[in-house]
Ligand binder design. Structure first.
Ligand code: HEM
Length: 444
């Protein structure tokens, strides 16, 4: 009995503390944030409840009915279907570099919103982000765009290398080849991330082979993580809880330090768990969120089995080696990409505010650190989430183009007296572990 009580006390201590935002969202705790499934669809459902968009699309304080534009949207239908009933101000501003969308959207104006926005972010015409954007648009006129062809070629080569290695692994029953194909699949998926940010294209579906979903990531990564980076509204933060707790709250030492040891296990489980959660979500919503691309990993699995020369059990072990290479590589590169370090803002830290307001672009500068040893190498940039600061600020720009815009970023930061930060991959790796152990927000 005494042992049972002690066990219960221990388990109670493991329940994570609810994080509090220091940014000032009007709805201080996101609806459905702690649902155990953490699916992208649930995140959207919570956002619809919190965003005060009155079942329409909200940009600043105006409401629009874009129903008739969904099928005409040049970026693809997903974006407008997903975002119905939400505030799309930041997403709308950072996804378009031309003025055309601003002109078109006026046709769909309905009325002003009843309540102020839920967000602490601003996007003023003379603020940092919009100034940077117009400087970048000017610079883009003189930039040679051939580098995006190189990016496409690299993504295609990575995909075919993964496929060849996977088939060879099945044919020769080789765990080493299986593991190597998993690493190539992870690099393919990271490269494909460049493409699901853009208008619909076939390369975005390379991502789906990794058991992750390009459609799901357009919500969890593009609409959640990119806009609400490192805040309580960032699904890439909440979906990792309780195992990885990056926000500075009171945490049990188990999560602070033992997470350093169990990290590789979480990396291994992350992708299969995400695929299973996606299937559960299909069941919950009666197939509404189903999309054909989620069958691609099954097709690849079947093709591998077709090439397999050994027993089914042996084939499963080879496939397990592929999943091991995939999970370890993707997990490690993902968590050390750019966002987790004690010097990087996490909700609970003191934000840098400009005249009491937080320009969204400044929030991105606060939550990203680039990597000195990656930048300048097109292949590494594409396969390790490199040039991440510019990518967050202009997500539809191809990764091959981003490097040309850094001089504009340095100049605009100087103009606004802001700091652009860059460090080494090793520092980010160590910093990620330190951030997991961090319990107190940096308030100075
Ligand atoms: C959640 C909000 C939105 C997102 C995430 C989004 C995303 C995108 C993306 C990814 C592209 C392709 C960009 C490229 O490949 O260069 C695009 C293009 C475009 N979108 Fe949207 N969009 C959104 C809302 C809207 C709205 C409300 C309108 C207008 C009513 C609009 C009009 C356009 C137009 C005209 C283009 C063609 C490119 C351009 O002229 O900039 N979008 N959008």
């Amino acid at each position: 009995m005494k042992e049972l009580n002690e066990m219960q006390r221990f388990l109670e201590q493991l329940v994570p503390e609810k994080p509090k935002s220091t940014l000032g969202f009007a709805t201080p705790y996101p609806t459905l944030r702690d649902h155990p499934l953490h699916t992208p669809e649930q995140w959207l459902e919570g956002k619809r409840t919190d965003d005060r968009a009155e079942n329409l699309w909200r940009i600043n304080d105006s409401l629009y009915d874009l129903t008739d534009f969904i099928e005409k949207h040049p970026g693809g239908q997903d974006w407008l279907k997903f975002s119905k009933g939400t505030d799309i101000t930041e997403a709308f501003t950072c996804h378009h570099l031309s003025n055309v969308p601003e002109t078109i959207v006026k046709k769909f104006y309905v009325r002003e919103a009843k309540e102020p926005r839920n967000t602490p972010f601003t996007l003023k015409d003379d603020g940092f982000y919009k100034t940077l954007k117009s400087n970048c648009v000017e610079a883009l006129k003189t930039i040679d765009h051939k580098d995006d062809k190189k990016t496409k070629l690299m993504a295609d080569c990575l995909f075919f290398s993964y496929l060849l290695l996977a088939l060879a692994a099945a044919y020769f029953q080789s765990y080493v080849l299986g593991f190597a194909s998993g690493i190539f699949l992870s690099m393919t998926a990271i490269a494909a991330h460049n493409f699901f940010h853009q208008r619909d294209n076939f390369r975005m579906h390379y991502f789906d082979f990794s058991l992750l979903s390009s459609k799901g990531w357009r919500i969890s990564h593009v609409l959640s993580h990119h806009i609400y980076t490192n805040t309580i509204y960032d699904l890439e933060i909440s979906a990792m809880e309780p195992w990885f707790q990056y926000l500075p709250v009171n945490k049990h030492p188990f999560y602070r330090y033992i997470s350093w040891l169990y990290s590789p296990i979480v990396y291994l489980m992350m992708l299969p768990a995400s695929w299973i959660k996606m299937v559960i979500q299909f069941i919950i919503d009666g197939g509404k969120s189903f999309h054909k691309a989620s069958l691609l990993p099954i097709a690849a699995f079947t093709l591998m089995y077709f090439f397999s020369t050994g027993s089914f059990l042996n084939f499963l072990l080879v496939y397990g080696a592929l999943l091991t290479g995939l999970g370890l590589h993707f997990g490690f590169i993902g968590v050390t990409a750019a966002h987790h370090h004690p010097d990087i803002f996490h909700d609970g830290d003191k934000p840098s505010k400009e005249k009491g307001e937080l320009d969204w672009g400044i929030h991105i500068l606060d939550t990203v650190m680039d990597k000195t040893d990656i930048t300048g190498n097109d292949f590494l940039v594409l396969t390790t989430f490199g040039d991440h600061c510019m990518h967050h600020l202009f997500p539809t720009l191809d990764h091959g183009i981003l490097k040309h815009l850094y001089p504009v970023l340095y100049e605009t930061c100087k103009q606004f007296d802001l700091e652009y930060r860059i460090t080494t991959q090793l520092d980010l790796m160590i910093g990620q572990f330190k951030q997991l152990a961090k319990v107190q927000g940096k308030l100075q």
